[in-house]
Design a protein around this ligand. Structure first.
Ligand code: PLP
Length: 449
């Protein structure tokens, strides 16, 4: 039953509020679901439904909801110094301490961080840093950046241009020039005529071919997520990253690893780059950095890029009012402290990830599921019309969205990317809650059928 207060909010929402990534007309009679409260891994809506948040908000509430320590960190910093910037020659303790902590947790060759307010701003920063780096190295013609189809790097103009989401490219005018995309390592969707290993190598060959086409002296960087998140939790075959690394090293092309989702424990290491043994030149970060409690992002910068920018670059004309905002930085710092003290990352690697993997895999027995894959605490289900051939349902049926809506009704947030269902729960989820998540997913699939 919708309370009068909630009904009024829904009405106001419909009248005044434009939601991100939403077909506004599709809100229908029912209107939006209004989330009013949250604790642990559960959110609660204004109609009193308790829902297991299988997406950790938007892949970000890694420590779960209701952590008083994070509230206290924000409140203390708001009292002490609510705002000051990091421009010119000023800074403040939370920004400095957070920078030091991040560089300690990051791969050894990453010793500098540039703060932003979000993952999109981080990727705008990446684009400018990469091109600036090559200009300073005396190779200004090294301009091209290669991304991947269906990759996601944000919604600013640079972010969406680096990303490979075709529907985004079609709206709002031209993309930033000098960016091109190669195929994604999506074995289930695009590579099942080969073994995963052969397909992973074929994707790296596509990178090699594109570099040859553009001329390696024209290519500045390759950008990719360790596991593609918004594209559908696409876990690359084991052969993929080693082969990609080899190509980039041979052609002296910078590697940008977008850790906005995979960073901060999602794959069972502090960074996805550690899991895949990558040595990125730049790592955009956000989301789990503050467990989503306040907006903050950044770019971790490897030594070879940082040294060039610092030693040869002079002033870098780039920065945001909220770069390293003190309250956001204080919350991020506390978040990282808690994650270390509670061994959150190790628990994902040694316990929760393997536990989810077994339970999640059991969904492959469902008649609608062609593949159930997971790594750490990110997972996907491929809904198919025919298990043997992997044939999909007709797009017009929007089966994934149907399943997502049923999940919401029965008490689970699971996201749909076409007919791929995706989860990315808080990293503090318990075994019992994983069992509940898997049970609710199975029940929703039963209803979808
Ligand atoms: N990069 C990746 C991999 C993301 O998943 C996202 C957001 O989902 C972004 C960048 C953009 O981050 P934000 O939404 O904080 O701008």
């Amino acid at each position: 039953m919708t309370s009068p207060g909630a009904a009024r909010l829904k009405e106001l929402d419909r009248e005044h509020h434009l939601h991100p990534f939403t077909d506004f007309k599709a809100l229908g009679e029912e209107g939006s679901r209004i989330i009013v409260d949250a604790e642990g891994v559960y959110i609660q809506d204004a109609d009193g439904h308790r829902i297991l948040d299988g997406m950790a908000g938007l892949w970000c509430v890694n420590l779960g909801y209701g952590r008083q320590e994070l509230v206290d960190a924000a409140s203390e910093q708001l009292t002490q110094l609510p705002y000051y910037n990091n421009f010119f020659k000023t800074t403040h303790p939370p920004a400095v301490e957070l920078a030091e902590t991040l560089c300690r947790l990051a791969p050894a060759h990453m010793n500098r961080v540039f703060f932003t307010g979000s993952g999109s701003e981080a990727n705008d920063t990446v684009l400018r840093m990469v091109r600036r780096y090559w200009a300073l190295k005396g190779q200004p013609e090294k301009q091209w950046i290669i991304g991947r189809e269906n990759g996601y790097h944000g919604s600013t103009v640079a972010g969406m241009s680096l990303g490979g989401m075709a529907p985004m490219h079609e709206q709002g005018g031209p993309c930033v020039p000098g960016i091109t995309h190669i195929r994604q390592p999506y074995w289930f969707g695009e590579g099942r005529d080969q073994t995963p290993e052969a397909f992973g190598r074929a994707c790296a060959e596509a990178l090699e071919a594109r570099i040859q086409e553009l001329g390696s002296d024209k290519v500045a960087a390759f950008i990719a997520e360790p596991v593609q998140g918004a594209g559908g939790a696409i876990i690359p075959p084991d052969s993929y990253w080693p082969a990609i690394k080899e190509v980039l090293e041979r052609h002296q092309i910078l590697l940008v690893v977008d850790e906005v989702i995979c960073g901060f424990g999602r794959l069972g290491e502090w960074f996805g780059s550690v899991h895949y043994d990558l040595k990125p030149d730049l790592m955009p970060i956000a989301k789990g950095l503050s467990s989503g409690y306040l907006p903050i992002g950044g770019v971790l910068v490897g030594d070879r890029v940082a040294e060039t920018l610092i030693d040869e670059g002079g002033e870098f004309y780039h920065g945001f009012t909220y770069s390293g905002h003190p309250v956001c930085a204080a919350v991020a710092l506390k978040n990282l402290e808690l994650m270390q003290a509670e061994g959150v990352v190790e628990r994902v690697r040694d316990d929760l990830g393997p536990y989810l993997a077994t339970r999640w895999k059991s969904l492959e027995s469902h008649p609608l599921i062609g593949e159930a894959r997971s790594l750490g605490l990110i997972g996907a289900l491929e809904i198919v019309a025919d298990k043997d051939s992997g044939k999909r349902f007709d797009k017009s049926l929007a089966v994934g969205n149907l399943c997502r809506d049923i999940c919401f009704e029965t008490g689970l947030v699971m996201r749909s990317v076409g007919d791929t269902m995706v989860i990315s729960p808080p990293l503090v989820i318990s075994h019992d809650e994983i069992d509940e998540l898997v049970r609710l997913a199975r029940e929703a699939l039963d209803e979808t059928l």
